[in-house]
Design a protein around this ligand. Structure first.
Ligand code: GLA
Length: 728
């Protein structure tokens, strides 16, 4: 049984194949966290040692027992007001402007199947095998209920958490903080692995030791952001790629968030994740509720590699949806870096024609096809086709491209508006602008108030009309600025946190309506590249443009960092021209192809402008991508080198589920005269099986323990791949 309730000791054990997550209702009704880690069989509450802790308060119920303090005890959902002075997960302000609550256990429910969160993305269990535990906590004074949701995916080794806060009183209660998940560890010396970055340099892995005090990452940009990804790993200090204990937390949400890790006065570690509490102040009216979005938690006792495999699996199978969830996606060509805004119907057709002759399967028309959008200063919001520029209707353009045997895709940026647009002129109050304050502009655009239904309705209507009128198989949905000047021109202007939460619900609603209306559509996410690369978006878009930086060498770092929490199938990755438009670097065609293939593959250049030899390479790359797709997207992905530490080479490997086949890709990042030999050790093979390579047979044990020498290729940024097939 995945969920066990020990009535006598009042202990809930959530068991997956390899892990146990445990909590206990203590004698006063507080919900304590007793264990998370490798599978165990006991009630672990014996580990809790109570001592008199000076200046740590004692709940009234403890009477004269000074050894009982929530300032020290491990908890499931620590709240302000309990005498716990650490980072708490929950805090309220009542109608008398008073902070502090008192949450006690009320009841529980165990349900077959996985909970869903209305309006929010969340993991799902197709076969209903997953289970749900709901623990109800109640504050009797405030008449406030907190429902803690736990999802247990037994085979996948996944525990999910979410929470619902319900105001059952007749007064407004303001949530000043309502995070989703908290983990308390009695022992352990931890590092936090987090993925920071910037536009065109997303998800760089960084490892920070958690010292006394707290360390936080998060986003106040309205999106999950390029700067800090909402996926972290709390790892014991000796944890490596293949060894040691680590705990992942992935937020299934695409807006503002926070994640804080804290080492307390006794060296205990707490980590909490949820919606950003700064400027949150979510007013909960009588009978209203707030849903704290899901956090997916995974534990591994054998390092990052196995943690990543489990995240890849759950996101690919239980977050991503739709026709293209497991299907090979069309190899596409996108005109952005080929033309930017400077195109017409003929130019697009010529790009598509050459691409289709080389085997490309879909043409994506990027920014610039609508309104008076000839540069990035105008027309966002005017979702009508610029037929003059396209030299025809979008139906004609798309049908002409489809007549080449290709599919057709279109770029949109629904959440945005330019001041120079008909939409803004007609509805200036639909954009986030604070009355009597000049707004902050970014890329010269403003953000539409997607917390308002009429705004989302209008955008749906205008974009759906465009899609209805043409032959469209794919939408690239972009979002090209951070949010500021949050003011909603609705009665009572709610708090910034409330508006931005409902803004995200509006964005999710837009995508849900889009996918319901066009069930076969492939939706690609994008936010200036990878500024909204999170598990929340993946519920709608099974692939996300990983970065606006298409330089293959920069991509090694970005894709390496991305691989810790997200499957390769979600990584949008294209071959672009050289010198690269973002870095000016020149990398040969083969290397660009190999790096782009570790993702959802495509091209982003005018293939008319490359040499005949390169055209032959395109054909070969497309052939290879089709040949190896089952490994690239369905195989297990192994990081063979640490991209942040090894500046000589980067290597990675895909292995089929049955270990009968593997693909290794290697990129040389530096070149030397008279250089020492270098080696890579393969992973995930069958030790006792021989694999064929260049006519020779090598046992899996040899390849994994002794390794292979790296080809000594002359010249910078060379790359190669090895395909291994088992000879059983
Ligand atoms: C963003 C995207 C790019 C491109 C441009 C268009 O920067 O990440 O791929 O679509 O917008 O304006």
């Amino acid at each position: 049984m995945a969920i066990l309730w020990d009535q006598k000791n009042k202990v809930f054990s959530l068991n997956t194949k390899n892990t146990t997550y445990q909590m206990k209702i203590d004698k006063f009704g507080f919900l304590l966290h007793t264990y998370y880690g490798e599978k165990i069989n006991n009630d672990a509450s014996y580990l809790i040692v109570n001592q008199d802790r000076g200046f740590s308060g004692n709940p009234y119920d403890a009477e004269n027992d000074r050894t009982y303090s929530l300032d020290v005890l491990p908890q499931e959902y620590p709240f302000y007001g309990s005498g716990d002075y650490r980072t708490t997960a929950f805090d309220v302000i009542d109608s008398n402007n008073t902070s502090g609550c008192d949450l006690r256990f009320e009841s529980y429910e165990i349900i077959q199947g996985k909970y869903a969160l209305s309006g929010l993305p969340a993991s799902y269990s197709e076969n209903n095998k997953a289970m749900t535990l709901v623990v109800n906590l109640i504050d009797n004074r405030l008449n406030l209920k907190v429902q803690l949701y736990y999802g247990v995916f037994e085979d996948e080794d996944v525990i999910t958490r979410a929470a619902k806060i319900i105001n059952n009183s007749d007064k407004t209660i303001t949530l000043s903080k309502a995070l989703t998940a908290n983990l308390d560890f009695l022992t352990g010396d931890f590092d936090l692995i987090h993925f920071h970055g910037r536009h065109a340099g997303e998800r760089t892995m960084e490892r920070t030791h958690i010292e006394h005090g707290s360390f936080s990452i998060g986003s106040r940009r309205g999106t999950s952001s390029h700067q800090h990804n909402p996926f972290v790993i709390l790892a014991e200090r000796d944890t490596t790629e293949h060894f040691g204990n680590c705990f992942g937390m992935s937020f299934v949400y695409s807006g503002n968030f926070e994640c804080t890790a804290e080492k307390d006065q006794y060296g205990q570690t707490r980590i909490a994740m949820g919606v950003l509490s700064e400027r949150f102040n979510y007013a909960l009216e009588p009978n209203e509720s707030f849903l704290a979005p899901e956090v997916i938690m995974i534990h591994s006792n054998s390092g990052f590699e196995s943690l990543s495999h489990k995240y890849h699996n759950i996101i690919r199978h239980n977050i991503c949806r739709g026709e293209y969830k497991l299907k090979r996606r069309p190899i596409l060509i996108n005109n952005w870096e080929a033309t930017y805004f400077d195109f017409d119907g003929e130019k697009l057709f010529n790009i598509a024609k050459q691409a289709s002759e080389l085997g490309v399967e879909m043409m994506v028309l990027d920014d610039g096809w609508f309104g008076s959008r000839d540069d990035d200063n105008q027309a966002l919001g005017d979702w009508w086709v610029n037929e003059k520029k396209l030299q025809g209707t979008l139906k004609e353009v798309s049908e002409r491209i489809c007549s080449l045997g290709m599919k057709f895709g279109l770029w949109i940026e629904p959440e945005m508006v330019n001041e120079n647009s008909d939409l803004y002129r007609n509805h200036p109050d639909w954009a986030f602008v604070i009355p009597n304050k000049k707004p902050i502009r970014s890329r010269n655009q403003l953000v539409l108030d997607f917390s308002r239904k009429e705004v989302v309705d209008y955008i749906c209507e205008s974009i759906f009309k465009v899609i209805d009128d043409a032959k469209i198989s794919y939408i690239k949905m972009d979002m090209n600025r951070s949010i500021s000047d949050v003011y909603s021109a609705v009665k009572g202007n709610p708090s910034e946190g409330k508006i931005l939460y409902h803004y995200m619900l509006g964005v999710y609603d837009f995508m849900e309506r889009l996918l319901t209306r066009y069930p076969n559509l492939l939706l690609e996410g994008c936010s200036g590249g990878g500024g909204r690369f999170d598990a929340g978006m993946m519920y709608y878009s099974p692939q996300i443009w990983c970065s606006d930086n298409t330089d293959a060498i920069s991509r090694l770092h970005i894709q390496y960092g991305t691989s810790f929490g997200y499957p390769i199938s979600t990584v949008g990755s294209h071959v672009s021209t050289v010198p690269n438009h973002q870095t000016g670097r020149v990398v040969d065609f083969n290397t660009r192809g190999i790096v782009a293939m570790a993702g959802s593959f495509g091209y982003e250049l005018d293939l008319n402008l490359i040499s005949d030899d390169e055209k032959e390479e395109v054909k070969k790359q497309i052939e290879d991508y089709k040949k190896y797709w089952h490994l690239l997207h369905n195989g297990k992905y192994y990081r063979l080198t640490n991209c942040e530490e090894d500046n000589q080479k980067t290597a990675w490997q895909f292995v089929s589920e049955d270990k009968s086949e593997a693909l290794v890709q290697v990129v040389k990042c530096d070149t030397h005269c008279n250089a020492p030999a270098e080696y890579i050790k393969l992973r995930g093979l069958d030790a006792d099986v021989a694999y064929e390579l260049d006519g020779n047979l090598y046992y899996g044990s040899t390849l994994m323990n002794a390794g292979l020498p790296v080809d000594a290729m002359n010249g910078e940024y060379k790359a190669y791949k090895i395909h291994l097939v088992a000879k059983r």
